[in-house]
Write a protein that binds this ligand. Structure first.
Ligand code: SF4
Length: 61
């Protein structure tokens, strides 16, 4: 599983970093994937994607 953030769409709300800090971090008001490998083991990864208000996070196989 490879999480990808579309930075054009991200509004920097911070939800993903709050829900899943092992995978996402807010830097300069944009979400960055700090550890894509952690998504495999972190259930919060999918929850973060589901709770993104603008659907900026996709999780690729
Ligand atoms: S939840 Fe979505 S909009 Fe909010 S910071 Fe994360 S990627 Fe950006």
């Amino acid at each position: 599983m490879n999480p990808v953030v579309d930075e054009e769409i991200c509004i920097g709300c911070g939800n993903c970093a709050e829900i899943c800090p092992s995978v996402f971090e807010l830097i300069d008001e944009k979400s960055r994937v700090v550890d894509p490998g952690a998504c495999e083991f972190a259930e919060c990864c999918e929850a973060a994607a589901e709770n993104c208000p603008v659907e900026a996070i996709s999780i690729e196989d």
